[in-house]
Design a protein around this ligand. Structure first.
Ligand code: ATP
Ligand code: MG
Length: 466
């Protein structure tokens, strides 16, 4: 009991770990003229965090993806800071600082300025794990990793060499433990350490390899690529929520189409998005489906690259649409009415997806809403269109419908009609409604017309009584 307690206390003090030997070696110090990082691309808040920590006597660096992006001349979307201060010590230095996580605590320091608040994630250097006992599952997957360590150890437990560089804004120096800068120049994505072992520890690293290759345009180093074919199946053991996070990052990377192609090339797409399997695996017969997904992803990539927001619900709705459409058609062919056929197909599609990777509930409800809006775009009679544009998710449903028009699955004239309908005034809308009546095939059925001629609400009370 007491030894356990002492061990825990020792773990809480990074200085103790610092004194322990490690074989991670000294970093290469890369001066400004060699790394050419443009200080203008730095987040002022991230610099504030490193300065504050340094002034309090701690080491502090910008780390990980931000340094990689800075060295590529890209403006990083978020900034992480690594330090030898403990989370408690970090928290005491900042006004808006929150401890996050139970297993390994990190600190979120929030800054409020113009626009969105910015969160700088501050983590304490973490130790390398030995393969001892309870940390590692039989497959080699790491189950717990909550020990603080030195900067060298922290670097060695990161995934790729280009993700393991530390930038000190004060001296404008990069500390590079694993030859990340040389790999940047060679445009190579290289796993730190023994790739097979690192994938076994955390199979998600295989997905990350594909994502970073798509994002940077770098080639995977041979030894980093080789084990993936055999180890890809280990992704089956990864908890669904973790997979979902990583797949979402991949889809939201701004390079989603390239990344999906990368997943396919690496044989990693099976089971992640089961419904993508048939799109990616089959040839000509799924050309339509392939076109739809490709267009949707290209559209997403464009939006992300130009700084616009993308909803995950919308994105998954597009990825699963080809499967949904297939189920919907099959239900209709069995004689089901149109709307129940769609709803039944939605349940099937979501159930099949959940057998691979469950999509979080809040996104699922967005998807259902977007999907169930689709047949309503074809009902351009009576009050229907006026009601549809008032629905809170109209814009998403409309954008989705336009994608269907762009691939020819839906008559593009319908898309154009809606584009005109939302751009015009009441008179214009009435004219558009009248124009539909004249289109063949779009006029309401005689039965419906009859019903609408005598709506209950429109009947004056005195005549209703007679
Ligand atoms: P992005 O720009 O997409 O955020 P990133 O490199 O910052 O890319 P994150 O997922 O935010 O990716 O992770 C931050 C850093 O943490 C990485 O750069 C890497 O050093 C380390 N890291 C993240 N996930 C892993 C992992 N599964 N194994 C090892 N190191 C990891
Ligand atoms: Mg990041």
């Amino acid at each position: 009991m007491i030894t356990k307690f002492i061990k825990r206390i020792l773990r809480r003090d990074p200085m103790v770990k610092h004194t322990q030997a490690n074989n991670t070696g000294a970093p290469k110090r890369i001066p400004k003229k060699a790394h050419r990082i443009d200080p203008h691309l730095l987040s002022k808040n991230a610099v504030k965090v490193t300065h504050t920590l340094q002034q309090a006597g701690f080491e502090a660096f910008i780390v990980g993806g931000a340094v990689r992006d800075l060295a590529l001349g890209i403006s990083p979307k978020d900034f992480d800071v690594a330090t030898n201060a403990t989370p408690d010590q970090v928290q005491r230095l900042f006004r808006k600082a929150r401890l996050i996580g139970r297993r390994f605590q990190i600190v979120h320091v929030t800054f409020f300025g113009k626009g969105h608040p910015e969160i700088i994630e501050v983590s304490t250097f973490r130790a390398l794990l030995d393969n001892a006992g309870d940390h590692v599952a039989e497959s080699g997957r790491i189950l717990r990793d909550n020990v603080w360590g030195s900067q060298g150890e922290d670097a060695a437990r990161r995934d790729f060499t280009i993700n393991a560089m530390y930038y000190d804004p004060s001296s404008e120096t990069v500390l590079d433990y694993h030859g990340g800068m040389a790999d940047m120049q060679k445009k190579t994505l290289r796993m730190i350490g023994d790739p097979a072992k690192r994938y076994r520890e955390d199979p998600v690293r295989m997905l990350r390899a594909v994502r970073f290759a798509a994002k940077t345009g770098f080639e995977l180093d041979g030894a980093t690529r080789a084990p993936i074919a055999k180890l890809g199946k280990l992704l089956n053991d990864v908890p669904s929520a973790r997979l979902f996070d990583e797949i979402l990052k991949l889809l939201m990377s701004g390079y989603s189409w390239a990344a999906i192609q990368g997943l396919k090339a690496a044989g990693l797409h099976h089971g992640l998005l089961p419904l993508l399997d048939h799109i990616l695996d089959t040839g000509a017969d799924s050309k339509e489906a392939n076109d739809f997904v490709k267009l949707a992803l290209a559209n997403t990539d464009d939006r992300i690259q130009s700084g616009k927001s993308v909803s995950a619900g919308f994105l998954f709705a597009t990825l699963l649409w080809p499967d949904l459409l297939k189920n919907w058609k099959a239900n209709s062919a069995k004689g089901m009415a149109n709307i129940p056929a769609l709803h039944d197909a939605m349940d099937d599609t979501i159930a099949t997806q959940s057998s691979g990777m469950t999509i979080q509930r809040r996104f699922e409800s967005d998807m259902r809403e977007i999907w169930s809006m689709q047949p309503r775009f074809e009902r351009r009679v009576g009050r229907y269109p006026y009601r549809l544009i008032e629905s809170p998710r109209f814009r998403a449903g409309y954008d989705f419908m336009l994608l269907r028009c762009a691939t020819g699955e839906l008559n593009p004239a319908i898309g154009q009609w809606w584009t005109d309908f939302i751009a015009t005034d009441v008179t214009g809308q009435d004219e558009l409604m009248a124009s539909v009546k004249n289109e063949s095939g779009n006029s309401p059925s005689p039965a419906k017309r009859r019903r609408r001629r005598k709506p209950k609400a429109a009947v004056p009370p005195e005549s209703a009584a007679s």
